[in-house]
Design a protein around this ligand. Structure first.
Ligand SMILES: C[S@@+](CC[C@H](N)C(=O)[O-])C[C@H]1O[C@@H](n2cnc3c(N)ncnc32)[C@H](O)[C@@H]1O
Length: 349
């Protein structure tokens, strides 16, 4: 839970400008470290069975008694644990969002972002000044870091568990499609979910070798090795094949400039059957009603730039690419659980 100023603090900070609002950012960074540390130590999991005293937690986790007390007090102040009669328990928020990795993978998110901040952020001044990234793009960086690459895919998978069913419900073509290509499909969960719902469907997940390690284990877990295949390599280099009924470009177009995205859509058009469908899922630029959604989308857009020369586009941009590449019947659907994200589908004309 972010630090929430009370009425007096809000007035002093935001209305009267008497206190530097930036302390909330410092507090947020400290809170991030605190929660990352607690997740890494297994503290929330240790509290899942029953409330424990600080001493019992220190014994269970083999941690320093005074440090553990301090950690618990810090976590209580930001809403992750509560204390009653000397015993600590997870809050409802922690129970819902920090314990079930399928719903929100706190450990994977913290592992991924900690590695990004430690290893990539020292170069961000240079990225801002020159537009050059010494690490290439985040995916080049991840190729030599299987553990971090898996954490990256695991946090994406939790997003799919959270919003995937809503996305898939809107893909009406899935009922009749037989052959699907999932470009930059990573963990493969979208293909897996679609194949589970539609027994006639075969899918190919195209991604880098490291990302496909996660996909491979997911496909095996779901027993779909016969129907979800892997195509390994750089999507700009490998041969995609053709005759597809549908192609997914999910969370991919934000990596490329407009010219590259038009090229991507042209490749999709060439690989699709006549009447075949393209589906794009991505964050969309523009002002959102919610303060949190608005800030998150803009912060994400900046980090897309820093990590991969990325950006977010408007519906109009994407509509114009559809027109330029021969796609028709475009439809745009919001995803209510993910404000600022749209599913955009169109048909090869
Ligand atoms: C943000 S993830 C999206 C994963 C999945 N489609 C989803 O929506 O959850 C982008 C994926 O594109 C893959 N990717 C990026 N550039 C690629 C390239 N040049 N060739 C193949 N895959 C690429 C990454 O490895 C990553 O798995």
């Amino acid at each position: 839970m972010p630090i929430q100023p009370n009425f007096l603090e809000r007035t002093a900070m935001f209305n009267l400008n008497l206190i530097p609002g930036v302390i909330l950012e410092i507090g947020g960074a400290l809170a991030f470290q605190t929660v990352a540390l607690a997740a890494k130590m297994g503290l929330f999991k240790a509290l899942a069975a029953r409330p424990l005293t600080s001493t019992e937690i220190a014994q269970t986790l083999n941690s320093h008694p005074r440090g553990t007390e301090s950690l618990l007090a810090a976590l209580a102040s930001i809403g992750y644990v509560t204390e009653k009669n000397g015993r600590y328990a997870n809050t409802r928020m922690t129970e819902k969002w920090a314990l079930d990795d399928e719903v929100f993978n706190l450990g994977a998110s913290m592992t991924f972002w900690t590695a990004v901040f430690q290893e990539l952020s020292p170069d961000w001044m240079q990225v801002m000044q020159t537009g050059d990234r010494p690490y290439g793009s985040i995916y080049e960086w991840l190729e030599n870091k299987p553990d971090i690459a898996d954490a990256f895919q695991q946090q994406l998978m939790a997003n799919v568990t959270f919003t995937g069913a809503d996305v898939i419900k809107k893909l009406r073509w899935a009922e009749t499609a037989v052959k699907l290509l999932d470009v930059g499909g990573g963990h493969g969960l979208f293909s897996i979910m679609l194949c589970e719902q539609h027994p006639h469907l075969y899918a190919t997940v195209l991604d880098t070798p490291t990302a496909l390690q996660t996909a491979k284990s997911n496909i095996a877990q779901h027993g779909l090795g016969e129907r979800v295949h892997l195509l390994q390599g750089d999507l700009w280099q490998v041969e995609w094949g053709d005759g597809y009924d549908a192609i997914l470009l999910f969370n991919l177009i934000h990596h490329y400039d407009a010219a590259k995205n038009i090229e991507l859509l042209q490749r999709c058009a060439a690989a699709l059957k006549p009447g075949g469908q393209i589906a794009i899922l991505d964050q969309i630029a523009g002002k959102l009603p919610g303060n949190v959604s608005n800030a998150i989308i803009r912060l994400i857009a900046l980090h897309y730039f820093l990590l991969a020369d990325g950006r977010v586009y408007t519906h109009d941009d994407i509509q114009s690419w559809f027109q330029q590449t021969g796609f028709t019947e475009a439809q745009f659907h919001g995803i209510p659980k993910a404000p600022g994200t749209s599913l955009m589908v169109a048909r090869k004309g």
